[in-house]
Design a binder for this molecule. Sequence first.
Ligand code: GLC
Ligand code: CA
Length: 516
Amino acid sequence: MSETWWRGAAIYQVYLRSFADGNGDGIGDLAGLRSRLPYLSDLGVDAIWLNPWYPSPMADGGYDVADYRDIEPSFGTLAEAEKFIQEAHALGIRTIIDIVPNHGSDQQKWFIDALAAGPGSPERERFWFAEGRGDEPPSDWKSIFGGPAWTRVPDGQWYLHLFAPEQPDFNWSNPEVIAEFEDVLRFWFDRGVDGIRIDSAAVLIKDFDSVEESYTDHDAVHEIYRGWRQIADEYGERILIGEVWLPDQERFALYLRPDEMHTAFNFDFMARPWEADELRASIDMTLATHVPISAPPTWVLSNHDVPRPVSKYGRAVTSFDHAERRDGAPSDLVLGERRARAAALLAMSLPGTVYVYQGEELGLPEVDDIPDELRQDPIWTRSKQTVPGRDGCRVPLPWSGQEPPFGYSTGEPWLPQPAFWKSLTAESQATDSNSMLCLYRTALRIRRTELGDGSLRWLDSEDGVLAFARDSGLACVVNFNTHPVQLPPHDSVLLASGALEGNELPSDTAVWLRIS
Ligand code: GLC
Ligand code: CA
C-alpha cells in the first residue's frame, strides 16, 4: 500500500444508518455493510468514509457522540468494526472514520459528570459553562441549527452548543480535552483505521469577547491539528481530512500545511450552480489554492448534509446554499439526472481525490415527501418546522426487488423509501449498461489507471463548454449549453454521460476522449 494512496483516491461515503440493514430492525448496521463489501469492491472505490458509528442517542444522526471508543449497539460491536476494517483491507479498501471534536452528546459521561459536579468544578471546565445575564443567556450567540446557542441547566448555569442542545461544545483551551482526543485517535489507529474525517474542523476555538458569534477559524485551532498530524505520522499512512467550510482560500490553505491535515473537502465546487463559468472559476480557484502547497484537491458533488445532485441540478436554481436550502423546490428529475451524470464525469476527471456519497452512484433523487412526523433532522425541529433539512438525502438505499424495503432490510426502514425507486435499485442498474451505476463503475475503473493525482491543462473551447486534458492523454469535455457542440479532435471516445450525436456533444453531457 503506497504512502500517497490518498492523493488520487476515490472515497465512498457510507451513512451507515441507511446503507444496509443486517438484522431486520430497519436501521443500517455493520453486518449489512460487511455483506455489501463486494458491491463496493466492484464499484471500484479505494476507501470508505463512515459517518459517526459511536454509541449515540441520535439527536443529530450520530454527530452527538456518547462514547468515542465504542460502536453504537444498533450498528454492531467493536469486534465487528475491527472485522469490517480487516475485511475491507483484504479487498484493498481503506477505512476512514468520522471524529467529532467540537461537541459530544449530553449523554456522554463527561457531560453527565459536569452536570453532577456543579458550577466551578473541573468537570465543568471541559465544556463552556457560564452564568447568564439575569435570566438571559450569557450572550446572544445563535446555534447553527437555529435557536439560541446556550441552554440552561437546573442550577442556573448555561452551556454552549453551536449545534443542538444535545451537543454540548468542548472547551478546547482545556489540556484535558486535547489529551482525550489524541488518545481517541490512537485508539482507532491501533484498530487499523486509515484516516480520520474531522467534523466541523474550523469551529473548535471560541472567542467570547465578541458580541457576535466568533468561533470560525481562529488561529489557535491549528495547534490542535499539528498534534493530530504527529500522531497520524507516527502510525504512517494515516490521513486527516478536514470538514472546513471557509470561503477565504488563503485561510483554507493554512489547514493543509505540511504539518496539519492531508486534505479538506472542497465545498465551493459542490455549492456552485450548473454553469460553465461558475464551475471553471471554482476549479481554477481550487487548483490555485492547492497546487502551490502540493496538497491534492478534493471534488465533492454531495454528502449527507446537502440535497442529492439529481434533484439539485433539476431545479431552477442549481446552486446550494446553507442559508437558503431550497429543500422541496420543484425539480425536473430527467434534466437533473442528465446533469448529474455529466457532473460525475467532470468531478471524477479533475486532479485529486473524489468523494461519492452512497446512492449518488444510483442517481437517487432527494426524497422531499417524507411525512413530517418521521423527520429526524434537528434542523426541522429547531427551525420550528420551516426547514425540512437533511433527511431527504439519508433515505435507506434500494438494493433489489420491486417494492420497499428493496432488499435494504427485512423490516421497516427507519425512513420510508419511495415506491418508484424500484427502477433505481442496485440490482436493476447492474445489468443496464446505460444506468448511473454502470456509468460510475466504468468511470471509476478508467479513473483508477488514468486519472486521480496529477495536473490539468485547459483546452480551447467555445463559451459554455469546459474542456481539459490530463497527463495520461485523457480529455474531459462538458457541454453546458442548450445546443450541441462539436467534439474536439480525438483518437477515440472512452466514455460519455449520454448518447453522442455523431461528432457532436449534446447539451448537459460530458465525454472522456483519448487525445494524442
Ligand atoms: C457536520 C456534519 C453534520 C453535523 C454537524 C454537527 O457538519 O457533517 O452532519 O450535523 O457537523 O456535528
Ligand atoms: Ca440493523
